[in-house]
Design a protein around this ligand. Sequence first.
Ligand SMILES: [Mg+2]
Length: 402
Amino acid sequence: MRITNAYVIVTSPGRNFVTLKIVTDEGVYGIGDATLNGRELAVASYLTDHVIPCLIGRDAHQIEDIWQYLYKGAYWRRGPVTMSAIAAVDMALWDIKAKAANMPLYQLLGGKCREGAMVYAHANGRDIAEALDRVDYYQEKGFKAIRIQAGVPGLDKVYGVVKGGVYEPAIRAAAPDETPWATEPYLDHAPKLFEAARERFGWDLHLLHDVHHRLTPIEAARLGKSLEPYRLFWMEDPTPAENQEAFHLIRQHTTTPIAVGEVFNSIHDCRELIQNQWIDYIRATIVHAGGITHLRRIAALADLYQVRTGCHGATDLSPVCMGAALHFDLSVPNFGVQEYMMHNAETDAVFPHAYTYADGYMHPGEAPGHGVDIDEELAAKYPYTPAYLPVARLRDGSMWNW
Ligand SMILES: [Mg+2]
């Protein structure tokens, strides 16, 4: 089965998404997500200008060989732009192979290890009371795991919290929004949030929290210790992870489980974290970490060390990635949890999908392939609009980690 055509579709039904479509001589086509939040057009160009011309004429069944060809053949290895482009090709080829086999993708990945993927929702509030009302809302929808973020007194804007409306981190503007950050009020406030959550909801609910790279290692250690009484499912991205050794320090001080990796793009970003058992959950995604082919390698390494998966699943990943992720989630032995931040109605209409949610779990559906398609006519009605994640500065104006 030869690849005869491939092209990139950029659409913005409320936020920007980049999708690669690969067409074969047998009429079977596949699609892959290539969305890199805030750098969307760089991946679109990488695909259109440098990858697609090399794909035409290749055998669409040779997924591993094409992965190696794009990875080793670029000479310049790794990086989010390269790996997102490779991921899009990989996702589309797995979609084609599963459609050709007339099977849902998880069957080609070894079949299901579980009946559904437990997902966690986002409960955000301007203060503790509002955040806990959102927990209530999601618990009534059946969620077994909920991430909680609340505004911090004295801080004007806080990660995960928006003043009214639905939370969408990327803001449509020509340049990123600038937000203030101060660590001390946050460190004092976070344990109060989870104390109140346990008081109101008891212990039969998984609670998660995202630190969003805001702390130094020793501050993260202090936070982990202060949250231990509230038995978190995980503390996410406590500190930036370029220096993997930083997690050794955190690990020496706290038993609060640690999740990291939504910005990773390679197994080499987490090799030391996994092999030293400095983390409990690896959050790398199919779209940013080289596709299903590469994420399976990461999961296999993690399984040796009892590290489980917890794929990033915010709205900056398109429904195509969500669909592919659910097939991955069903098939890997060491699945932990899947993030599920629902897309808006316009996005769901552009990307018709087979996956479903019920009572705290998601299922990819039984459609052949990964089960997600794109309505190109509708997609064309939403042209690309520049949008960026905010940046953070300390009170004295120093740039900090957002
Ligand atoms: Mg996060």
